[in-house]
Design a protein around this ligand. Sequence first.
Ligand code: MLT
Length: 280
Amino acid sequence: MKKYLVDDTEYYVRMSGSGPILLMAHGFPFDAQLYDPVLERLSKRFTCVVPNLRGFGSTKLGANGRNQHGVPRVKMGRYADDLAILVSEIQCQCKLRGEKIVLCGLSMGGYISLAFVRRRPDWLAGLVFCDSNATPDSPEKARSRMELADSITQLEIQNLADRTIQSVLAPCTIKNKPSVVSAMKEMIMRQSPEAIAAGSRGMAVRSDSTETLAQIEAPTLVLGGQYDALSTPESLDLIAQQIPNATRATIPDAGHVPPMENPDAFVDALLNWYDEKVVG
Ligand code: MLT
């Protein structure tokens, strides 16, 4: 992985391929490995930039990953600001300065992508909004995230991994793709309690992004797994209806994490949309 100084921490980033930048933000509590199964094909068309977000994987939380009392908390806007800094650095290095990027955000990465849209709308050639939503948490959900943040320990991460696998993967993935289940478990188990607490608190206080949807000018692919129980196909249909230039795609045989569960269908949907709506 490459290392980039971003604000007060070093971001670890998987980089591959050449061409326009495709920046891919992972979900919670995952890291860049989530996109590994789609990188080989996407790298033939894009410079794929896949960071471990602040705190996750090998990227340290940094002082700015805490609130004023020193408690781990990363707001969606902080992750989005980090991504903007990272993109600027990579653009300079790859001589792509000023060129628009395609931003792909899955679940928490989707929340971050809407914060990015509010900050840098003119940087986007396209947006891929995956298995996510635009509304804030219900009070109950926010409370349970705060409880998780307050109680998470190294020992508890195994329970979190088991619960997450059951809630995010499609039943057919759990039944037929043991390697996806074990890759997901390993990925969650290597995250630190601090990163999990910081992301949880950040999501719990995220703002309502519903009005941002109508402001997205870039062509947008709203994509989700057929069996995603967290961001259902119906909820993604409603989101697509609120975005001016949206295309909708449903990935068969996948739940909340299509890049791992059905990578070929994910890549096909992304490339078809890109060729038709962004290039074409
Ligand atoms: C994710 O995959 O990022 C999470 O499901 C987001 C969430 O907990 O809202």
